[in-house]
Design a protein around this ligand. Structure first.
Ligand code: SAM
Length: 271
């Protein structure tokens, strides 16, 4: 089941997890935003990164920089363009495209590339090409930022619900963070794309959420986006079990870990 089919529901469903890492990057690792910059929001989805950049510029009274959004999902770019219209992102442009072939971008075009929760989403066979393309489109001295999950309730939620209703093991395993939870995987992928090892650094970004209100959390994961993505392959007998199984997992997570974890690596690679 491709996320692309649920692109219009994606942003509001995932913003809680996907936004804090972008704020952390902009506040603590990226150069100050200014209007003469060019930024690539790669694997942009409906534009979470672009939205946060615009909010920061408006808070600081800065004219927004030029932003190019690229995503392989046509429905995501449709949603990006709707956001562009709704929020007045005049300096942003969205393109349907594969991160491993950024032919619409010139060599050395961008000061910053931000790929928020995108590197692990590309096919393994092209991951090294993606980082090579990012390096190509960065200006000398430009910086690329990547976030990849390290420890995440959502992957445990998908694994646990699939296991509980008796789905085949390969459907459970598909949601394992696997090798991308290890820093070496992103590091090696960046170096394979041509970044010098001494110019690749990584940091931890940790969020815990969900302590306040149990019911609203269960309601949140019972929304159409999570339910549709989680149960797409399930039988009609299995689908009604989604909410109860999610609730059990939230309780377990809160007991064992004190809240729902959304912990990632932030990678910074300089050209
Ligand atoms: C988890 S979402 C992240 C979206 C957004 N960056 C955010 O912060 O919410 C992963 C995105 O990667 C996109 N994607 C997957 N493979 C891609 C590829 N080869 N090239 C470009 N985008 C890709 C998907 O369509 C999806 O929008």
């Amino acid at each position: 089941m491709s996320l692309n089919s649920f692109a219009h529901l994606y942003e509001e469903a995932t913003i809680v997890e996907s936004r804090p890492s972008v704020l952390d990057i902009l506040d603590n690792y990226a150069p100050q935003l200014h209007s003469d910059m060019s930024i690539l929001d790669l694997a942009c989805g409906s534009g979470t990164v672009t939205r946060v950049i615009h909010e920061q510029c408006s808070a600081k009274n800065i004219k927004p920089p030029r932003i190019v959004g690229v995503d392989i999902g046509d429905m995501f770019i449709e949603a990006f363009n709707e956001n562009k219209k709704a929020y007045g992102w005049e300096t942003a442009q969205g393109f349907v495209g594969d991160a491993s072939d950024l032919h619409m971008c010139k060599d050395g075009e961008f000061d910053l590339v931000i790929m928020n929760y995108g590197l692990f989403a590309v096919a393994d066979a092209v991951a090294n090409k993606v980082t090579a393309e990012i390096r190509r489109v960065l200006k000398p001295g430009g910086r690329a930022f990547f976030t990849v999950w390290r420890d995440n309730f959502i992957s445990r939620m998908f694994q646990g619900t699939n296991r509980a209703v008796g789905r085949p093991q390969e459907e459970v395993d598909r949601h394992d963070l696997g090798k991308w939870s290890l820093a070496e995987t992103s590091h090696d992928t960046l170096v394979a794309g041509g970044f010098e090892p001494s110019k690749v650094k990584h940091f931890r970004h940790d969020d815990t959420f969900g302590l306040a209100n149990q019911k609203s959390l269960v309601d949140r994961f019972d929304q159409p986006f999570w339910k549709n993505v989680g149960t797409a392959a399930w039988t009609d007998d299995q689908k009604p079990r989604w909410r109860a199984e999610v609730e059990k997992l939230i309780l377990k997570e809160q007991e064992e870990r004190g809240g729902l974890q959304a912990n990632c690596w932030i990678f910074v690679a300089e050209k």
